[in-house]
Design a protein around this ligand. Structure first.
Ligand SMILES: Nc1nc(=O)c2c([nH]1)NC[C@@H]1CN(c3ccc(C(=O)N[C@@H](CCC(=O)O)C(=O)O)cc3)CN21
Ligand SMILES: CC(C)C(=O)C(=O)O
Ligand SMILES: [Mg+2]
Length: 276
């Protein structure tokens, strides 16, 4: 049996959606990270991250907005191009931003085609369950792999009444309905955001497609985090579901301070950085 391309190894072939399906069948978990620029995407590929999401979380962590709502198709396209230029193995998923797919399948199709043709993405993601099933169905039928996203959907922050766990109590039924609806419509995977761990485990068991958790417990088939959160570049408060694996902010702060000190003290540039 061939080794799983999800776990790096010697294979340089592109990760494909059928590999994610096989991983679920074998019980192999995998990690997804967001990516927004060319260097970080190259690092994540080298680290063996099989799937990257050009997320509209870039609204917060790259563009300085306070939500994902203002992010445009052109914003995501610019970053998708940067990410696809420096990766060849990871499956690159472009997030469809708020307002670019909700009005109907044709609108979703137009946006998704731009992400694939201009951005070079291999798949797209959109938020919603049953209500966006027609969009998922059309994209799937047109040959565009779709990742769904249910539970807490940040683009609907204002409708959902803030950053809240979804699928508690009576909400569990809605979540299960949405999960089955997106699978039925042809999604190849589904993000579960801020869902009680027991409900996420049940969804993961009931669905044939992989679940990707963020604040959804350990039983999902995969996990995703926003990279500046997990690498400690984010100086502000981070959601409870984040684990910090590095202190990039501290390291970058130190480097910038040392550079400023060297320049002020006349110790940079040295002769080795200068031309005769
Ligand atoms: N930096 C960043 N990380 C993310 O994970 C992220 C973004 N931005 N932007 C887009 C969405 C928005 N998401 C968010 C943003 C905030 C919370 C949050 O503040 N959660 C609190 C409250 C939970 C509650 O009230 O139950 C938490 O402590 O987790 C959660 C998800 C996830 N995504
Ligand atoms: C948090 C993930 C799933 C996302 O949608 C994003 O980064 O935009
Ligand atoms: Mg998003």
């Amino acid at each position: 049996m061939t080794e799983s391309p999800l776990y790096g190894g010697t294979s340089t072939a592109r990760v494909r959606i059928h590999h994610l399906q096989q991983a679920k069948q074998r019980g192999e978990k995998w990690a997804m990270l967001t990516a927004y620029d060319t260097y970080s995407a190259a690092v994540f590929e080298e680290a063996g991250i099989p799937v990257m999401l050009v997320g509209d979380s870039s609204g917060n962590v790259v563009l300085g907005h306070t939500s994902t709502v203002p992010v445009t198709v052109d914003d995501i396209l610019l970053m998708t191009k940067a990410v696809t230029r420096s990766t060849s193995r990871a499956l690159i998923v472009a997030d469809l931003p708020f307002g670019s797919y909700e009005s109907g399948p044709q609108q979703a199709f137009g946006t998704a085609v731009r992400m694939m043709k201009e951005g070079g993405a291999q798949a797209v993601k959109l938020e919603g369950g049953l209500r966006v099933a027609p969009q998922i169905r059309l994209l799937h039928d047109a040959g565009i792999p779709v990742m769904a996203h249910i539970g807490f959907t940040p683009q609907s922050e204002h409708a959902l009444g803030g950053f809240r766990v979804q699928g508690r109590g009576a909400g569990a039924e809605q979540l299960l309905t949405d999960a089955h609806a997106v699978q039925e419509a042809g999604a190849f995977a589904v993000v579960l955001e801020m869902v009680p761990a027991t409900i996420a485990a049940q969804v993961t068991k009931e669905l044939a497609i992989p679940t990707i958790g963020i604040g959804a417990g350990v039983d999902c088939d995969a996990q995703v985090l926003v990279w500046p959160d997990m690498a400690g570049l984010n100086g502000g408060r981070v959601p409870k579901f984040v684990k910090k694996y590095a202190d990039l902010r501290g390291e970058l702060l130190r480097a910038a301070q040392e550079f400023a000190d060297d320049v002020r003290g006349g110790t940079f540039p040295g002769p080795e950085h200068s031309f005769d």
